[in-house]
Design a binder for this molecule. Structure first.
Ligand SMILES: Nc1ncnc2c1ncn2[C@@H]1O[C@H](COP(=O)(O)OP(=O)(O)OP(=O)(O)O)[C@@H](O)[C@H]1O
Ligand SMILES: [Mg+2]
Length: 247
């Protein structure tokens, strides 16, 4: 089917009386690296959860090709989620299991491969990430950066057409952060996937992204190339790029 464009139109989402998303419209470009940025609490993670089918929007549409995930049946959403790789924050790995078992987990869970095929695939993808020799090691013994790589391998093992990363570098030291940035680019190259990254790291955003979207007060301020961001005279954009992001 190929990496999808995701068309987000007029998405709203409230929690109680608090309207977090007030009509968000943007296109996630197929096969490209798309960054979503904004201050803390602006609704970036909520938007990601809507894109991955974990939350339903109150109104609006989110189309993956012909499927509108805002309205789709749970079975349809589950089918779509098999095409997705998710890398959320720390703690997503099973500490009591080995590296290999963690990486194989989605294949096992979705019943997508025989045990032999799964092992072969996990070894190959861990090898690509320089982690092949850790296959039998307990995850609890790994460093933070190594755990990120295992989480990335687990996100990529299903050959996802779209990969979501929520703040992949938050809490890492600068060196590890830039290693993870490289992994994001690597992930996009090896799988030709559509990549969506939520980030607070402006330098990474401007150097890695094909498309950047700035959220503010529940709406899109600007969605464009890093160059359009650098050249923008919009005060919100200027403030944000000059370090207005306090989180
Ligand atoms: N399940 C929920 N129930 C109630 N409020 C929620 C829920 N999920 C998110 N919110 C609220 O929605 C707002 C946006 O949250 P979100 O996590 O999307 O922010 P964010 O932009 O990802 O921030 P950060 O950069 O700090 O991660 C916050 O005020 C949060 O408290
Ligand atoms: Mg968040």
């Amino acid at each position: 089917m190929g990496a999808p464009t995701i068309e987000i139109r007029d998405v709203t989402k409230s929690f109680g009386h608090f309207e977090v998303l007030k009509g968000v419209s943007l296109d996630i470009l197929a096969g490209k690296i798309n960054f979503i940025i904004g201050r803390s609490g602006e609704g970036k993670s909520v938007l990601l959860k809507i894109l991955t089918g974990l939350y339903r929007p109150d109104s609006g549409s989110v189309k993956f090709g012909s499927v509108n995930i805002a309205k789709a049946k749970t079975s349809e959403i589950n089918k779509l989620r098999r095409r997705m790789g998710l890398l959320f924050q720390e703690g997503a790995l099973f500490d009591s299991m080995s590296v290999g078992e963690n990486v194989i987990f989605p294949l096992w869970f979705h019943n997508l491969a025989t045990p032999q095929e799964a092992k072969k695939k996990a070894l190959a993808i861990l090898g690509e990430l320089g982690m092949g020799r850790y296959f039998n090691l307990a995850v609890s013994l790994l460093s933070t950066g190594e755990k990120k790589r295992v989480a990335l391998a687990r996100a990529l093992i299903v050959d996802p057409e779209v990969v979501f990363f929520d703040e992949p570098t938050t809490g890492l030291d600068p060196l590890l952060g830039s290693q993870v940035d490289e992994l994001i680019v690597h992930a996009q190259k090896i799988s030709q996937a559509t990549v969506v990254v939520v980030s607070h790291d402006m330098a990474a955003t401007l150097s890695l992204a094909d498309r950047v979207t700035l959220l503010r007060l529940g709406q899109v301020v600007l969605s464009g190339s890093p160059d359009e961001f650098r050249k923008s005279k919009d005060q919100e954009v200027v403030n944000f790029l000059s370090g207005g992001d306090s989180a």
